[in-house]
Every structure is written in structure tokens, then in C-alpha cells.
Design a binder for this molecule. Structure first.
Ligand code: UDP
Length: 318
């Protein structure tokens, strides 16, 4: 296949490029580098099956020749208000990537008669009132809340995707991605894992926001990408959760990082991020198991050990 990936220089986009090139496809990457990094795709520069266009997908996108699939992964995604690359500081770009970017990608999929895959998110469930979150749960999102620019952009993107499927019969798919970690995460994006690994490797105490009782379920990137590619190759049109269902409190998560890195500086508690920090998050992956025969394989300790060399290299630690 000839596959377009938007957000190709991002954490997930770049891993998808690698996986799809390994599967023998030709990949056309696009990114405007507002949150992605050229470093993430530098190793592909000499790969003749990979080409790259620096583009803002909120503007009209043109791709010469036949395209068989489009994966729309371009968007800021970090909820940290302090992070320059987080969506708090890129609110309009975030809404445009989710709304106009999705529209442009769907238009391309339509004229190309291509498979379309939307990178959606567990954030569409907001601060969930049901637990774990199955795809049938419509979510609890405040349209003017602090996370709304991301959550509502992705919710709109899902609606638009289903409209193109139902009205134009485009071959669409939607993955709802839960917390994911691994090599190529932006060290400065302020999310729990890069923040805490950085602190641990520098021998500093880990910052736990609030009392640390809020939960997340962390998936290693290779598992996630494997699930997304299975969804791409399937003929499913309705949303599928992909994530690791191993739920833990952020405090347990921090303790695991300290244990795996051998950090003895402990933990400090700082103010909770915001009233809208979701309190519990765990994917129900029944649909992924049934439809895609997929489930996560890598546990947190293993995934951390796979990730640490990358973070050390970025921090200049031998
Ligand atoms: N968090 C924390 N310390 C940090 C960064 C994040 O305790 O240094 C918490 C944050 O408040 C949230 C959870 O970790 O409850 C996961 O945050 P992340 O930024 O990774 O993404 P989210 O799951 O909220 O989208």
C-alpha cells in the first residue's frame, strides 16, 4: 500500500512509519513540527520507501499519485499547561488539526477511495462516570472546560469521520488511544511518564500531582502500534479502544518508576493539575480482543526498561 501519515514526526506517528515500512508499504509522512521533531524520522531519510512533506494539514493537502490509506495522527496531545507543546498553549492549532485537518484527510480518502484511520483518544470520555470505559460510553466532557480544545476537537473529528462513512461511504476507522509511553516521547511535553523518568534519571524526587490516587493505564508504544495496524488492516468502522487495561494509581506508577530506575529521592506532592484532571481511566478492550484479536503484552516494568535508554540518551546520561 501507499500510506499517508499525518503527524509522522510525532511520538506515535514515527513509530507507525517504522512499523508500516517494515510491513513493506510505501509511507508518505507529513508534519509541521509544531510538536513533532525531525529527530524522530531522521533515520528514515535514506529509506527509499519513505518520503516526507512539511505540511500543516489544517490547510488543503495534495498528494500526487495513488493513495491506499491515510492515518491522521497530527495534533498536539499533552495536557500539561506548563508545556510549550501542550494543547493549552496551542489551543487554536489543536482545534484546527482535529477539525480542519480531519476534514482535509477525509476529503483525500474520499477522492482516493482509500482506507482512513483517525487517531482519537480516551479523552473523548472526559472525566468518566463509568468504569472501565467501553466504546459505547458517550463520555463526560465540558465543552468549555480546560481540556475542551483537545477533547472536543477529537469528538468532532469522530463525528465527521462517521459522517463521511455514512454519507459518502468512505472506508473509515477510529482508534481511541489510551495513555501510551515509550522511546521518542518529547521529554519536555510535561506528561507523567517523561516528567517522572526525567526526574528519576536525574536523581530528583518525582512530582505527583494531587494525592496521586487518580488512575491511568499505561500502554507500551509497540503494543499500541501493533493494535492500530491491526485495525488499519481490518474492515471495522466503529471506534476501537487500544490501550493496556492494567490500571494503577499515579502514586503506584511513580513508585514503579523509582524502583526500576533505582531512584532513592522519593516523591513530592504538588498541587493537582486542575479540577478537570480525569480521576480514573482504564480501557475496556473487549472489542479490540474480539474484532482484532489484539491485547497488550508488555507490562510496565518491561516497557520502562525498553524506554530508559532513549531517555538517558536525550538527557546525555551514559
Ligand atoms: N501527573 C503527575 N505528575 C507529573 C505529571 C503528571 O502526577 O509530573 C499526573 C497528572 O495529574 C495525571 C496523570 O499523571 O493525573 C497522567 O497525566 P498525563 O499528563 O500523562 O496525561 P493524561 O492522562 O492526564 O492525559
Amino acid at each position: 500500500m501507499r500510506i499517508v501519515i499525518t503527524g509522522a514526526a510525532g511520538f506515535l506517528g514515527s513509530h507507525l512509519c517504522d512499523h508500516l515500512l517494515d510491513d513493506g508499504h510505501e509511507v508518505i509522512g507529513m508534519d509541521n513540527f509544531i510538536t513533532g521533531s525531525p529527530d524522530n524520522i531522521a533515520h528514515l531519510a535514506t529509506n527509499e520507501k519513505f518520503s516526507f512533506y512539511k505540511r500543516d494539514v489544517s490547510n488543503y493537502i495534495f498528494v500526487p499519485g495513488k493513495v491506499d490509506a491515510i492515518l491522521h495522527f497530527a495534533s498536539p496531545a499533552s495536557p500539561n499547561p506548563q508545556s510549550r507543546s501542550g494543547y493549552f498553549n496551542l489551543p487554536i492549532q489543536t482545534m484546527k488539526a482535529g477539525a480542519l485537518g480531519t476534514h482535509n484527510c477525509l476529503g483525500l480518502a474520499r477522492i482516493q477511495n482509500a482506507r482512513f484511520l483517525l487517531a482519537s483518544t480516551s479523552e473523548i470520555y472526559g472525566d468518566p462516570e463509568v468504569h472501565p470505559q467501553a466504546e459505547s460510553y458517550p463520555g463526560n466532557v465540558d465543552p468549555i472546560g480546560t481540556r475542551a480544545v483537545y477533547d472536543e476537537a477529537k469528538r468532532f473529528a469522530e463525528s465527521l469521520t462517521m459522517a463521511y462513512h455514512r454519507f459518502h461511504n468512505v472506508n473509515t476507522s477510529i482508534v481511541r488511544i489510551f495513555n501510551t509511553y515509550g522511546p521518542r516521547m518529547d521529554l519536555e511535553d510535561g506528561r507523567a511518564l517523561p516528567n517522572m523518568i526525567k526526574q528519576a534519571l536525574l536523581g530528583q524526587p518525582l512530582t505527583v500531582y494531587g494525592d496521586g490516587s487518580q488512575t491511568r493505564s499505561f500502554c507500551f508504544v509497540d503494543d499500541l502500534v501493533d493494535g492500530i495496524v491491526k485495525l488499519l488492516y481490518s474492515d471495522e468502522h466503529y471506534p476501537v479502544n487500544i490501550g493496556n487495561p492494567n490500571e494503577m494509581s499515579i502514586l503506584q506508577f511513580a513508585e514503579t518508576i523509582n524502583m526500576v530506575t533505582g531512584n532513592t529521592a522519593g516523591i513530592i506532592y504538588v498541587d493537582a493539575r486542575s479540577a478537570r484532571d480525569p480521576q480514573r481511566r482504564q480501557p475496556d478492550i473487549t472489542r479490540a480482543k474480539t474484532i482484532l484479536n489484539w491485547e497488550s503484552k508488555v507490562n510496565l516494568e518491561e516497557g520502562l526498561r525498553f524506554s530508559i535508554p532513549y531517555f538517558k540518551q536525550k538527557l546525555g546520561i551514559a
